[in-house]
Design a protein around this ligand. Structure first.
Ligand SMILES: Nc1ncnc2c1ncn2[C@@H]1O[C@H](COP(=O)(O)OP(=O)(O)OP(=O)(O)O)[C@@H](O)[C@H]1O
Ligand SMILES: [Mg+2]
Length: 242
């Protein structure tokens, strides 16, 4: 049995009098890929911030709250690439902030897998939307995190580029096996990429249902969409009936 990396038990979070998480329990095992879906404004970003330990101005009351990760990679909902820095400079940022020496060959391998190797001197405004998303992913992985948090990493992207980015994520993770928590509005994405889907209620978020996806992993996201239709329908059922 793999060790537990994230253990949240009966967590309640309030912003002032506004309750955002309601007795929320979530356990994530090492190497697991968990997708979180739930209505807009229900508390998903708040949940990731709680796990990342960067939740500010909130009252937190958990029966248990343990995150056993020494390095957390977090691709936040707004992709905050620094416009004056190059691709390379943006990817190095987390390492500079934590004063970690870069593993140049690891970073070059990530850049080459992502098709960005020829663009390391470009600035964000010189990149396409899909390329920027790839830089955001690589920046979250540059620290070699033992926990990866992704908040809607492929939102507002055309269907074709989205599949390519999902394939890239699978490829990167199949090498790294990083424990991953992905927040997404896209139910097909949640099912095709994850080992488990956690469905949240409207605010204040509580867990409506957790569904294990019993299928080999890593997967090809496009094939998985076809093969895992029953799971996709099941998740739609919970999202729209409850
Ligand atoms: N810093 C804050 N101060 C006060 N209220 C906040 C703060 N951050 C979030 N909220 C409120 O908490 C609730 C949940 O917000 P959160 O960003 O976690 O939702 P979400 O599920 O990520 O939504 P979306 O899917 O639209 O990104 C919202 O009602 C929001 O207004
Ligand atoms: Mg959010």
């Amino acid at each position: 049995m793999p060790p537990i990396k994230v253990a949240l038990e009966q967590c309640n979070v309030f912003y002032g009098s506004l309750q955002v998480l309601d007795e929320l329990t979530l356990n994530v095992k090492e190497g697991e890929f968990v997708a979180i879906v739930g209505p807009s404004g229900c508390g998903k970003t708040t949940l990731l911030n709680l796990i990342a330990g960067i939740l500010e101005k909130a009252t937190i009351n958990c029966r248990k709250r343990e995150v056993k990760a020494s390095k957390v990679g977090y691709a936040t909902q707004e992709d905050l690439l620094l416009p004056w820095r190059t691709v390379w400079g943006n990817i190095l940022l987390p390492l500079e902030l934590l004063r970690v020496k870069p593993d140049t060959s690891y970073l070059k391998r990530l850049l080459s897998i992502s098709g960005l190797a020829d663009f390391i001197d470009y600035r964000p405004h010189q990149l396409s939307g899909g390329m920027r998303k790839r830089v955001v992913l690589l920046r979250a992985l540059s620290l070699k995190p033992d926990l990866l948090l992704l908040d809607e990493p492929f939102a507002n992207i055309d269907a074709y580029t989205k599949i390519q980015l999902q394939r890239l994520l699978m490829k990167l993770l199949s090498n790294l096996r990083t424990t991953t928590i992905l927040v997404t509005h896209d139910i097909e994405e949640a099912v095709s990429l994850s080992n488990r889907i956690v469905i949240l209620s409207r605010r204040p978020a509580r867990v409506v249902k957790a569904i294990e996806v019993e299928a080999p992993w890593p997967r090809d996201p496009l094939e998985a969409r076809r093969e895992l239709k029953d799971y996709i329908n099941e998740v739609y059922g919970y999202v729209f009936n409850k």
